[in-house]
Design a binder for this molecule. Structure first.
Ligand code: DON
Length: 568
């Protein structure tokens, strides 16, 4: 057993980026997640003999207690699993639209999108998937009883934990934002008598809810008193959720999408996420490009990624949605042939304006020939265990604290994931993402996501577990981590902690984080014809990579935020 903290002097110094960071190294398991308590919950399970899936379930329930902005019981998520025996599965516990949802539910009589209807209050809430998904993962791929894996979360809710500054700050912000949402303000903001940083935060209502789930499993949440109170809370705020909606919720085991990038196997989340398909298609578009003489975050580098990103996000707007409701041309969009056709008009010396990048049309899609054999406030965490099993989980309420509706008497928030549907063809959602028919609202349909839990493997062995929150920036964040490591040779902690930029086709703008682009490079890019805008709040990446020298695992929490990693 080993736990070593090492200071690495980063290679990226030579790239003009100061990133000297501590790494977390472990041979028997590593958990990297938003907060220390959640990491410790996972490590406790690993130490007691649980596998990475058991630990991931424990971390998820712990985050529902310690990170109420995004960790959840009333939301949904995706879990990507790569087992040491070669099995690869994706657990989809994305929220579903309620039975009474309909495509124009967020439009007024003259067909205009009604502000805030899809993001605040009852109509914003999709049927939560988390409890069902965690149960499915545990039953199929875990090795421990629910009773055991839920213990750390129940203890955290009952005994409380000292509120970190970032959480106390968020509660202060929520106190004003959630006016009218009395239960939310009672539970998280003590009716305006705010919790102070460092104060113990106990959640007796949530502990009661967790204990019920611990005892009765999925039925404890989707049936009986919790389900009844959930319907009541939805109705109180204008929602349409019914007991039937809850009873009929199903989580699914899906086949991950896969691709390759410079000899590495890339495994990611299939629909209803757009993340995996967009990520792999962007990697396919980048693969023919030579990075040897490209300087990191130079105009040339930013141009390469931005052009690739625009093309992938244009196709996302038309072709991606819930594959239980439409035929997503997945194999084609994942093919190298699609990537090369998509990049046919790419010119390394110029800008292709978003207005002249159209989503692929039917006949272009039909023209792609596949080789005969051919058979993506949220939070992300990564877990590995001593057997080589790896789990990558992204979970969310959508916006920070979701719909602001807290289930009365049960202590947990409900999502506002309905905003991830396209309320009206061609209109941007709150992340500026354009959607169309494929992502129109329908009863029981899952809204398109950008969450991109991803795992990279080499010769069948996991080398990187990665993912991020950040809405539409999730996919380009994961892309940049891979690009930083594979094409620029950065160690994982640098790849995670250097600044990032983002293009999503519309708006036709390169967004950049603090320090991501030098003033000189901005000038070059503007002269080329690019528009540039600063943007704060790129997602908290929590990654784990295989250590090349000692063979164990390096945990790489995102130090730009308050995230953590623990190893043993
Ligand atoms: O599923 C999605 O793509 C969004 N609901 C994720 C939201 C998100 O990442 C917000 N956080 N930063």
């Amino acid at each position: 057993m080993k736990f070593i903290s090492v200071l690495f002097l980063s290679l990226s110094l030579s790239m003009g980026v100061l990133a000297t960071q501590p790494s977390i190294y472990g041979e028997n398991g590593v958990v990297v997640a938003h907060d220390l308590q959640a990491c410790e919950a996972g490590i406790e399970i690993l130490k007691n003999g649980g596998n990475a899936v058991d630990a991931a379930v424990a971390v998820s329930y712990a985050l529902a207690v310690t990170h109420p902005q995004a960790g959840n019981l009333g939301g949904g998520g995706f879990m990507l699993i790569h087992l040491a025996d070669g099995q690869k599965v994706a657990i989809d516990y994305r929220e579903m639209a309620p039975g009474q949802a309909h495509r124009d539910m967020f439009l007024d009589d003259s067909g205009r999108v009604v502000p805030l209807l899809s993001t605040r209050g009852g109509l914003a809430i999709g049927v939560p998937g988390t409890v069902a998904g965690l149960q499915l993962a545990l039953d199929n791929y875990g090795s421990m009883a629910r009773k055991k894996v839920m213990k750390p979360a129940i203890k955290l809710a009952l005994k409380g934990f000292p509120i970190p500054y970032d959480l106390a700050y968020s509660f202060g912000w929520l106190n004003k934002a959630a006016e009218g949402f009395d239960e939310t303000r009672r539970v998280f903001c003590r009716n305006g008598e705010l919790y102070m940083p460092g104060e113990m935060f106990k959640q007796p209502d949530l502990a009661k809810t967790l204990k019920r789930i611990q005892k009765k499993g999925k039925a404890g949440f989707y049936e009986g008193e919790i389900a009844e109170a959930l319907v009541k809370s939805s109705t109180k705020y204008g929602g349409t959720l019914t007991l039937d909606d809850l009873m009929n919720y199903t989580a699914r085991v899906r086949q991950p999408v896969s691709g390759s990038y410079r000899g590495l196997e890339v495994l990611s989340m299939p629909p209803p996420s757009s993340g995996g398909i967009a990520l792999i298609s962007m990697l396919n578009m980048l693969e023919p490009m030579v990075f040897d003489s490209v300087r990191w975050h130079s105009a040339q580098h930013i141009q390469m990624l931005s052009e690739v990103e625009k093309r992938a996000y244009a196709d996302r707007s038309v072709w991606l949605g819930d594959s239980d409701f439409l035929d997503v041309p997945q194999d084609k969009l994942l093919s190298k042939a699609y990537a090369s056709m998509r990049m046919a008009d790419y010119d390394s010396l110029s800008v292709t304006p978003s207005d002249s990048i159209y989503p692929l049309n039917d006949s272009q899609l039909a023209a792609i020939k596949l080789p005969g054999h051919e058979s993506e406030e949220t939070t992300h965490f990564s877990v590995v265990d001593k057997w080589g099993n790896a789990v990558s989980v992204t979970t969310t309420l959508n916006w920070s604290f979701g719909s602001y509706v807290t289930e009365e008497g049960y202590g947990f928030l409900l999502n506002n994931e309905m905003d991830d549907f396209s309320s009206k063809p061609g209109e941007p959602n709150s992340f500026g993402l354009i959607g169309n028919e494929a992502n129109a609202i329908a009863p029981k349909k899952r809204m398109l996501s950008s969450m991109t839990p991803t795992i990279l493997a080499k010769d069948g062995k996991v080398v990187l577990v990665v993912g991020a929150p950040g809405g539409s920036t999730i996919i380009t964040t994961v892309l940049q981590i891979i690009n930083n490591m594979v094409d620029f040779g950065m160690p994982v902690h640098d790849a995670v902690n250097v600044p990032r930029f983002h293009h999503q086709w519309r708006p036709d703008v390169i967004h950049y984080g603090p320090g991501a682009i030098s003033p000189e490079t901005m000038l070059v890019l503007r002269n080329m014809g690019y528009e540039l805008e600063p943007r704060y709040g790129y997602g908290e990446v929590n990654a784990i990579a295989r250590d090349k020298i000692f063979g164990g695992w390096i945990g790489a929490p995102d130090l730009k935020t308050a995230s953590h990693g623990t190893a043993y």
